[in-house]
Write a protein that binds this ligand. Structure first.
Ligand code: PEP
Ligand code: MN
Length: 448
C-alpha cells in the first residue's frame, strides 16, 4: 500500500500524493501563515460529540435508524444569517419529524452545514461571452462573481471559513439546545411559511396530531428534557488539505487524531482515489467518514475503499453515499452492496439522489427534476429490499428558503419558473416544499 505509515501524515506528505482538486496559491508563505493561525484556533467540534455521532450512524448501519444528511450544495459567507440558518434547520427538523412520526424510525440529523464551503469542479475554467476565468471553487477558495479579482484564489478565505463555521455552529447549538427544537413547538416551525400548498396542509395535520400525542404523554407524566432538545451534527466535504489538516487535533483522552472542522467528513466523487491524499488523510481520522460512490465505481473499487477507510470493521465508521442517477441505480448498486456486505463490514448505505440527476435547461439553468430525484430514492429502496439490506438514509441538497432551482414537485415548478428565485451558488437545491414532499414519500416507503 502506498501512503504514509506514521500515525498522521504531514501536509507535504499529502501533497506528495498529488491531492486532487486543490487550489493553487501564488504565495506559499502566506498559505503557511494561514495554516499556522488555524492550528492555534479552538476546535469547532469536540471528540466526544464525534464519537456520539459514530454511535448513531452505527444504529443506521444496523438497520435501527435513518440518516437525514441535508443542506446547501455550497454555503456562502454572505448567507451566514440568522434567517437562513433558522430556515435550513427548520426544514431539516420538519423532515425528520415526518420521518420519525410517520415511519416510527429514529432519525440521525446531519447538516451539510458549518463548513460546506469548498467545491470540486469538473472544469478548471469557465467561459462567458468570450471571457475565460478560473472556475468558482467555493467561498473557501475564491468568489462567485465573474471577474478576475473575485476569481483569484485567496488563502485568507480559509480563516473566514473557520469564522463563518463557528458563527453558524454557535447559532445551531443555541437553536437545538435552547428550546427552538422543542417538540412541543412543532406547530410554530411552520408558522412563517405560506400554508397554501397541499404539502404544507399535510404537514400541519401531522403537527397537530403530534401535538395531541405529546399533550397526552405530558398528562401521563412522560416527557421532559427528551422533548426539549435534539441531537444535530455538522458535516461537509473534506476537500481542502490545508484547512482539514490545520483543524486536526489529537484527542487528549485517547491520543488519536480527530478532524474538528465538522462531526462527519466525506470524500467526494472526484477525490476518492484509493491512493490519493483525501483517502489517506481521512483514513487517519477517528470521525465517521462518508464516501460518495458514483456509477463508475466497480464492486472491487468499493471493497478496496472500505478496506482502506474501515480497517477496523467499526460500525458507524463508514457511510457509503451512492449517487448513481435514477437510470442506473437499480443496475449498478446491487453488486456493490453485495461485495461490501460480503466483507462482513456494517456500513451505512445512504442515497444521494441529487448528483446523478443534474441537467441543464435550454434557458441555461442547472437543475434537477423532483421526479428523477424520487425515482433514484425509490430505486435505492428497491435494491435494498431485494438484497435484505437496510436503506440507511438520504443525502440531499436543500434550503429552507422558497427558491426555484429544482423543477417538479407538488408546486409543479417548470423550467420557466427557475428564473424567479434561483439563488444557489452551485448546484440546484430542493426548496422547503419539495423537501417536505420528499420526507412524506420517504415516510411512506419506510412504512412499506
Ligand atoms: C456535492 O455533494 O456537492 C458533490 C460535489 O457531490 P459529488 O462528490 O457526489 O459529485
Ligand atoms: Mn452539489
Amino acid at each position: 500500500m502506498t501512503g504514509v505509515s506514521s500515525p498522521y501524515p504531514s501536509l507535504s506528505d499529502l501533497h506528495a500524493l498529488g491531492a486532487a482538486q486543490q487550489p493553487q496559491y501564488p504565495d506559499a508563505s502566506e498559505v503557511g501563515r494561514v495554516v499556522e493561525a488555524l492550528r492555534r484556533r479552538p476546535p469547532l467540534v469536540f471528540a466526544g460529540e464525534v464519537d456520539e455521532l459514530r454511535g448513531r450512524i452505527a444504529e443506521a448501519a444496523a438497520g435501527r435508524a435513518f440518516i437525514l444528511q441535508a443542506g446547501d450544495c455550497a454555503e456562502t459567507f454572505d448567507n451566514v444569517t440568522a434567517v437562513n440558518i433558522k430556515n435550513s434547520l427548520r426544514v431539516q427538523l420538519s423532515m425528520a419529524l415526518v420521518l420519525q412520526y410517520a415511519a416510527q424510525v429514529p432519525v440521525v440529523k446531519v447538516g451539510r452545514i458549518a463548513g460546506q464551503y469548498a467545491k470540486p469542479r469538473s472544469s478548471d475554467s469557465e467561459t462567458r461571452e468570450g471571457v475565460t476565468l478560473p472556475s468558482y471553487r467555493g467561498d473557501a477558495v475564491n468568489g462567485l462573481d465573474f471577474d478576475e479579482a473575485s476569481r483569484r484564489n485567496d488563502p485568507q478565505r480559509l480563516v473566514e471559513v473557520y469564522n463563518a463555521s463557528a458563527a453558524t455552529l454557535n447559532l445551531v447549538r443555541a437553536f437545538v439546545n435552547g428550546g427552538f427544537a422543542d417538540l412541543r413547538t412543532v406547530h410554530s416551525w411552520n408558522s412563517e411559511f405560506v400554508r397554501s400548498s397541499a404539502i404544507e396542509a399535510r404537514y400541519e395535520a401531522l403537527a397537530a396530531e403530534i401535538e395531541r400525542a405529546l399533550a397526552f404523554m405530558i398528562t401521563c407524566g412522560i416527557g421532559g428534557d427528551e422533548l426539549r432538545t435534539i441531537h444535530y451534527y455538522a458535516s461537509h466535504e473534506a476537500l481542502l488539505m490545508e484547512y482539514e489538516h490545520a483543524l486536526t487535533r489529537i484527542d487528549s483522552r485517547t491520543g488519536t487524531p480527530y478532524g474538528t472542522s465538522g462531526h462527519m467528513l466525506w470524500i467526494g466523487e472526484r477525490t476518492r482515489q484509493l491512493d490519493g491524499a483525501h483517502v489517506e488523510l481521512l483514513s487517519r481520522l477517528r470521525n465517521p467518514i462518508g464516501v460518495k460512490v458514483g456509477p463508475t465505481v466497480s464492486p472491487s473499487d468499493a471493497v478496496a475503499l472500505v478496506e482502506r477507510l474501515d480497517a477496523q470493521h467499526e460500525p458507524g465508521r463508514l457511510t457509503l453515499i451512492s449517487r448513481m442517477g435514477a437510470d442506473k441505480v437499480r443496475d449498478v448498486l446491487p453488486p456493490i452492496v453485495e461485495a461490501v456486505e460480503a466483507t462482513g463490514r456494517k456500513v451505512a448505505w445512504v442515497c444521494d439522489p441529487m448528483h446523478g440527476n443534474t441537467f441543464s435547461t435550454s434557458n441555461g439553468y442547472k437543475t434537477r427534476s423532483f421526479d428523477r430525484v424520487w425515482a433514484e430514492v425509490d430505486g435505492f429502496f428497491d435494491v435494498h429490499a431485494a438484497l435484505g439490506t437496510w436503506p440507511g438514509g438520504v443525502h440531499v441538497e436543500l434550503t429552507g428558503n422558497d427558491v426555484t432551482e429544482c423543477v417538479g414537485g407538488a408546486q409543479e415548478l417548470s423550467e420557466e419558473n427557475l428564473a424567479q428565485a434561483y439563488e444557489s451558488a452551485c448546484d440546484p437545491r430542493l426548496n422547503r416544499n419539495q423537501s417536505l414532499e420528499l420526507a412524506f414519500y420517504l415516510a411512506q416507503r419506510l412504512n412499506d
